[in-house]
Design a protein around this ligand. Sequence first.
Ligand code: SF4
Length: 476
Amino acid sequence: MGGEFEDFLDVKDILAERKAHIMIKSGCCGGEIRCEKESIAGSVSQRACVYCGARVVLNPITDAVHIVHGPIGCASYTWDLRGSLSSDATLFRNSFSTDLGEQDIIFGGEKKLEAAIEEIMEKLEPKPKLIFVYATCVVGVIGDDIEAVCRRMQKKHALRIIPVKSSGFAGAKPLGYKLACAALLELMGDEPQEKQAGVNILGDYNHGGEIWIIEEYLRKIGVKVISRVTGDSTYGRLIKAPSASLNIVECSGSMAYLSKQMEIKFGIPSLRVRFIGFEDIRNSLLQIAGIVGGEEAVEKALRLVEEEEARVKPIIETFRKKLSGKTAAVCVGGTYKAIAITRQLKELGIKPLIIGTQHGSPEDYRTIHDFSAEGTIILNDTSPAEIEKYIREKKPDIFVGNVKERVLALKMGVPFVDFNHDRKYPLTTYEGMINFVKELDITANHPVWKWAKTDLIAEDNVSELKTSVKEEVLTK
Ligand code: SF4
């Protein structure tokens, strides 16, 4: 019994198989980490399923119907969890599910799917132009031919119905991204379109209205936005994407496959951009202007950047004074966010001590390694137990993370800033930088931490806690 409690509360060791997924920054460059692999059994990965990956990419298409073909539990992922904003249609905020039960699992769910599409076409006004059908785990197991149902119903009702074969067990979230990208490619068709000077914005999901701010920057420098993929996008705009001259890619984790395929299929090059932190926003805008708009656009971009920096830098500076010298842990889902947040923290004089992401390529981790300070812990597909261990070791002043890390950080008494998708205000772009730095300040410097039990991190208190839990359980 005693041994179990030791394991339960003392996270001193990392599972042997997990060690290769953890890197400690040492030396100037390089660094090897095991990544893009299946999660290690027993490590309690924070990764979501394939269906979730597909849904997060496609759900922001505002005038589409999203049907979850599976048990109702899979449909608990709804608009509310991510809250991507729309400038017009609101159809995507509804959840549709075939709600498969035991009988359907035994006899097949195709009829139910067909009935669901019929009901939607009968009841919805105006009639939708686009439906996505997501296959969940059980559909993969019973083998419903959702492609055939979609083909049949598409023909009958003269609209686009795209099947997404996203059974959760087929892998992890990145496979869902890829399947969503494949669905978008199917939607865009095979025919090349006449090219026009302009960009598609890939991998911005408009959670806090950021895509509108970025579009405004691009409008000011004279760069046209052809399509948004997929924040605040519509069927009509998505099918014009093949005519763009450049894809600008924010979240590369979710959009890598689409951008690569669009280059092969439609000859559209792509550019990775980041709209967090002065340096990254400046570089991104100047590069876009240079590629799409030429000299005049570059001049306008320079003017815009200088005006915005002159406006925003003094605000940031007042907060920088209050934050500089602090240390941080950054644990988020994708490496795009991890890199962008960490770079902004460094601009503020905050030193990241722990950087963790659920998914990332060797190249992403090399980038993180190269700009990190000596001794930084870099984690791939980390678990709450590992995060707890390193928080205890490194004792960061602030934790920037997603909803999954929030409770752990707060329980350990570490000030927590939420960089999750359910927020309703921008955290990227110049406006977002102001919001972010205000949040860092109000969180890290809030007087409440004087009264919070921050000493939970201390080893003595862990032993104390362990003894009290043990006693409590044994008395029962
Ligand atoms: S893992 Fe399978 S059952 Fe669970 S939410 Fe994902 S698709 Fe549904």
